[in-house]
Each structure stands twice: as structure tokens, then as C-alpha cells.
Design a binder for this molecule. Structure first.
Ligand code: AMP
Length: 602
């Protein structure tokens, strides 16, 4: 069996790790960086860039550069998350026709899993280059808060990238796995405080006898590093507007530069007490080009974002309360996510949990390492670790009066199976509609509807008599299957919730093929480019030889050389296919050898 790599598919950055000889290795990309920006850029004629290269060209190609796509995974276009994302990113978010949020670049709509697949495919290549073997299996992490559609979308992204996603695990669980690996930790209750680029998650886990059990999770899907960046962006843009009467936020490329500068300033303020934002030629006015130069002190920045840091406290209280634990019963706090490098965040964690957070594993790598631990455990390279995760949100069905009735409560350990008995509400009702919902709100309409189906063929009977058993099955990936069964007739309807990612089975299959094809297109393009380069080089030396040694060469050789040069030159000019270029290259090469023979009298 090949190696199963662990991939942290992050909102802003992704990371891939593997277990080698029992120890975790974070695999650096071709530029030597241990994390790769989750940024995908599309440029004219189907050229696609991923990672740092995509990020670097974002300011010049803002509309076609997709960042933070994770926030759109499995989302509806009218969800608050999508609306917020629309306001924050320069690319277009569109309705795919059935209400799912898709992304439009160069007039072509793409699903979020398709874009994520580009990132995953890059992470796969990074691992392959390091391991020297094909990588086909992975464990991918998702925020604990991801609902069924979002998990499904992540799985689809893996498949499109050519990966068999062996397991989807929650990021905090992965962090705890990584933490537990090198410590041989046992009998501990740990808190994972994860403040990343897009979301905040806090989870409490219990490790006992090699079993990792998530006892509760909470968080805020609207809070992440980008909100911190945005505070700086807004402040700078407001000040600039006041001074020059120009709103930099209205200019996509200025906004992108402003965002990059804000993020850089934020990073620097984690290690320095002061930083400078310097953006020359950010706008033009009748008075000429305008520059933005501003010094930031750490204290000023901390005051600016104090409310954001404070917002992480409530979910921490909630997680403790759900776990029925007090702060004194917590043994360790692990920090995850780049934002936890910020000193004010660390102080807040320390103040709340009354203990210094654990500083052993890098907050950007700990999740990928945990995923690799799970991967190695699945492939038998490491002792089996048993992971008992919980459902982040309640799952249920709509019942009389539009009420949500939970079948599986949130924070239930998975895999889980739960059944509930329902009946008809009208006399002689021969079918029951089943609406499957996920969420914590009382009314069905306020929760997310995962799917709707009908169980038909129920024998006519007075209302309340038929017994319909609806059972929910959540697998280890947190993916749900629902079965409705009429106990009288044994008639059954099984549905796997697949609608979630907005992609049908056929669409996923088509995208898998396209991704494979574009991979071979890419390599064909590369081979052609290489053949053309080699031909150019040979043409150059042959043409030089023809002019420099003309008198020394016999007439027939000169003529055949000139012919070969002309033919190859024509082939290049007319963009001839690779086979033609190679053949003509071969015959020119043969003539060229004869030059040496003629010159050296061989
Ligand atoms: P993640 O989703 O874990 O990759 O988190 C990325 C977020 O962490 C982004 O918003 C980054 O800007 C932020 N981040 C990374 N490094 C630092 C740092 N040194 N100080 C503050 N924030 C950081």
C-alpha cells in the first residue's frame, strides 16, 4: 500500500505531511516553503497557477485570482458566508443555477471543489516530488464546524484532484493527534484553540488509553485572520479617503495591494513593536500620483482588533460548558492557526484558561501532521489510533408545524446511528415527505436543509397509526446517510446525502477526467516547449556554422544543411506539431554532424 499523506487544506495556506519511520515530516514545496498559499489564479488560454506564484500576481489579475475558496465550499449563494465573501474578494461569486455559490473567472463558472482540487493537486505533487512515488490516498482536514455539504464538497475536491480521500478529520482533532504523538499523552483533557485565516474553532478533547475523543466543539465561522487584515485595510482606506477623497477599496488592484500590505503589517506586529506600511503610487489624482505611508505601533493595532480577539472568548466558554468541565480540569491548551502567533491572542488564551498555551508544534503545521498521523494509522505504518469525533451540529427532520426534531444531537460521538419513529398526520396518507436538516435552530426553516425525499406506498390507515422509522447514520467522515422505513410493509428508502457540494456524481466524474486531461495537456505543452527550445538552439548553431564556415563546406552539404534549416524554421514559425518538430530536428542534427566531419576531415 502506498503512503497516505495528511493534507491541511487551509483557508489561506495548505500544508502536507507524511509519517516517515514513525516521525512526522512536513513536506516543503518546490520553493522550500512548508506551507503553500491556497490561491489559484487563472490566466488567459487556460493557464492555471497555484500557490505563491498565484499569490504574487494577484494584484495584476485580481478578478481571476481565487483565494479563500474554502469559505464557499458547500455553500449556497445566498448564505451569509457567501454574501460576506462577495464583499471581501475581487472575483465574482455566482449562482450555479441551483442556488450554490460558484466562482466565475474569464466568464466561466466553476464550483468551489473544482478550485480546491487545484490546490489539492498541487499538494499531491509536492508530496510526490518528495516521496518519489505516486500519492493516491490522503487524509484531509476540515474545520469541526463544517456541515455535511462542506465535508462532501471537500471529498469531491479530493477526488477531482485524483486523491482517494481515506478520511476527513476535524482540524482540532488532528492537532490533538499531532500533540499526542510525540508526548505519548494519556489521561489528559486538552483544548485546541484554532484561529486561522477564515474561521475560529475551539474544541475540547479527551485522550485516554489511546482513544482521542472530542467532547465538545464550538467556534465562530465569521472570525478569522482576514477580519484582522480588514480592520487595517479599513483604517488605512478611511484615512486615505479623508485626505485625498479617493476610496481605495473601489479599485480592485489598489485594494489587493492594501490587503497584502495589511497582512504583512499584521505579521510584523507579531514580532516587532512597530511597522511601516508603504504603498507608493497607490492612486492618481489631478495633482499627480499619490502614495500611502503610515507607521503602525503594536499597541494601536491591538486596540484596533481588541473586539475580534475578545470574540473568541464566548465560544471557549460554550465549549467548556458543553463538555461540563471547568477551567481547572483542562490539562493543556494547543494553539493552531497562523493568527495564534499574535501576542495579544496568546495573552487572551492564557488569561482565559489560566495557563500558558503549549508551544511545541508550529501552529501552521500541527494540523497537517495530525492528518498524517491518521493516514499512517490507516495504512498500518503507525499503531492504530482511535479517533472518536463528534458531530458539530444537530441532524434531524422537519416535523409538524415546521419544527426541527433532532435525531442526532450535536456533539454526539461518531460514527453514530440513531433512529426515531414517526407517523402520518392525515388519515389515509400514503406517503411521508422527509426533510433532512442540520443546525441548532428550533424552526426547520432556520436550519440548513440537506435534502428532501418521500417515502411512498404506505398502506392507507388512520392518522397516527403507521410507524415510520427514520434512521440516521453518520460515518467516520461525518457524512450522513438517511433511511426511512415503513415498519408495516418493510418498504424502505435509503439516501446518501450527496447534493451538498453542488456537484452531481456525473459532474465530479467529468471533472476528474478533465483534471487528468489538463495534467496531460500540461505535460504535452511542456514537451512541445522543450522540443521547440532544443530546435531553436540547434538552428542557432547551424545557421552560425553556415555563415561562418560556408567556404569550408562541400556544396552538397551546404545545400542540404540550408534545406534542413529552412524546413525546421518553417515548422517552428507555423507552430507545427511536436512530431514534425522532432523529425526535422533529427534531420538537421544529422546534417550538423556532417559539418564536424567535413571540418575535422573525419
Ligand atoms: P491558517 O488558516 O492557519 O493558515 O492561518 C492563516 C492566518 O494567520 C492568516 O490570516 C495569516 O495572516 C495569519 N498569520 C500567519 N502568520 C502570522 C503572524 N506571524 N502573525 C499574525 N498572523 C499571522
Amino acid at each position: 500500500m502506498g503512503r497516505i499523506v495528511g493534507i491541511d487544506l487551509g483557508t489561506t495556506n495548505s500544508c502536507v505531511a507524511v509519517i516517515e519511520a514513525g516521525a512526522p515530516v512536513v513536506i516543503p514545496n518546490s520553493e522550500g516553503a512548508r506551507t503553500t498559499p491556497s490561491v489559484v489564479a487563472y490566466r488567459g488560454d487556460a493557464e492555471r497557477l497555484v500557490g505563491q506564484v498565484a499569490r504574487r500576481q494577484a494584484a495584476q489579475n485580481a478578478e481571476n485570482t481565487v483565494s479563500t475558496v474554502k469559505r464557499l465550499m458547500g455553500r449556497r449563494v445566498d448564505s451569509p458566508e457567501s454574501i460576506k465573501q462577495s464583499a471581501h474578494v475581487p472575483y465574482r461569486i455566482v449562482d450555479n443555477g441551483s442556488g450554490d455559490a460558484w466562482i466565475e473567472v474569464h466568464g466561466h463558472a466553476m464550483s468551489p471543489p473544482e478550485v480546491s482540487a487545484a490546490v489539492l493537486s498541487t499538494m499531491k505533487s509536492i508530496a510526490e516530488a518528495y516521496l518519489g512515488e505516486e500519492v493516491t490516498e490522503a487524509v484531509i482536514t476540515v474545520p469541526a464546524y463544517f456541515d455535511d455539504s462542506q465535508r462532501q464538497a471537500t471529498k469531491d475536491a479530493g477526488r477531482i484532484a485524483g486523491l482517494d480521500v481515506r478520511r476527513i478529520i476535524n482540524e482540532p482533532t488532528a492537532a490533538a493527534l499531532a500533540y499526542g504523538l510525540d508526548k505519548g499523552v494519556d489521561n489528559e483533557r486538552i483544548v485546541v484553540y484554532d484561529l486561522g485565516g477564515g474561521t475560529f474553532d475551539v474544541s475540547i478533547l479527551e485522550i485516554r488509553g489511546g482513544v482521542f475523543r472530542v467532547v465538545s466543539t464550538s467556534g465562530d465561522t465569521f472570525l478569522g485572520g482576514e477580519d484582522f487584515d480588514q480592520k487595517i485595510v479599513d483604517l488605512l482606506a478611511d484615512e486615505f479617503n479623508l485626505e485625498h477623497g479617493i476610496d481605495l477599496r473601489a479599485d480592485r488592484s489598489a485594494l489587493q495591494r492594501l490587503r497584502d500590505a495589511a497582512e504583512r503589517a499584521k505579521h510584523e506586529l507579531s514580532s516587532s513593536l512597530e511597522t511601516e506600511v508603504n504603498l507608493p503610487f497607490i492612486a492618481a489624482t489631478p495633482d499627480g500620483p499619490q502614495h500611502l505611508l503610515r507607521t503602525f505601533k503594536r499597541g494601536e493595532y491591538e486596540r484596533l482588533v481588541a473586539d475580534l480577539v475578545e470574540r473568541t472568548v464566548r465560544p471557549c466558554q460554550q465549549a467548556l460548558q458543553d463538555a461540563r468541565l471547568t477551567i481547572g480540569e483542562i490539562h493543556q491548551v494547543i494553539l493552531v492557526g497562523g493568527m495564534t502567533r499574535m501576542p495579544a491572542v496568546q495573552r487572551k488564551v492564557q488569561e482565559f484558561f489560566q495557563r500558558a498555551p503549549h508551544k511545541g508544534v508550529s501552529p501552521d503545521e500541527v494540523v497537517a501532521i495530525g492528518a498524517a498521523v491518521q493516514g499512517a494509522s490507516l495504512s498500518g505504518d503507525l499503531d492504530q489510533v482511535l479517533l472518536l469525533d463528534v458531530t458539530p451540529l444537530s441532524l434531524g427532520v422537519e416535523t409538524g408545524g415546521g419544527v426541527m426534531t433532532a435525531v442526532i444531537e450535536r456533539n454526539t460521538t461518531i460514527p453514530a446511528r440513531q433512529a426515531m419513529m414517526f407517523t402520518t398526520s392525515l388519515d389515509n396518507q400514503t406517503f411521508v415527505p422527509v426533510k433532512v436538516l442540520q443546525g441548532e435552530r428550533e424552526m426547520a426553516a432556520d436550519n440548513r436543509m440537506l435534502m428532501e425525499f418521500e417515502l411512498a406506498g404506505i398502506p392507507a390507515a388512520p392518522r397516527g397509526v403507521p410507524k415510520i422509522e427514520v434512521s440516521f447514520d453518520i460515518d467516520a467522515n461525518g457524512i450522513l446517510s438517511v433511511t426511512a422505513k415503513d415498519l408495516a410493509t418493510g418498504k424502505k428508502k435509503d439516501v446518501q446525502i450527496v447534493a451538498g457540494s453542488g456537484l452531481t456524481e456525473e459532474e465530479v466524474a467529468r471533472l476528474v477526467v478533465e483534471a487528468e486531461q489538463s495534467k496531460s495537456d500540461d505535460s504535452t505543452r511542456r514537451e512541445l516547449a522543450e522540443a521547440r527550445n532544443a530546435a531553436e538552439a540547434l538552428l542557432y548553431t547551424s545557421e552560425t556554422a553556415l555563415t561562418e564556415y560556408a567556404e569550408l563546406l562541400p556544396e552538397d552539404l551546404r545545400a542540404s544543411l540550408a534545406d534542413s534549416v529552412t524546413l525546421l524554421r518553417q515548422a517552428l514559425d507555423s507552430n507545427a506539431p511536436i512530431a514534425t518538430v522532432r523529425t526535422l530536428h533529427g534531420s538537421l542534427e544529422a546534417s550538423a554532424y556532417r559539418i564536424a566531419e567535413a571540418l575535422y576531415g573525419g
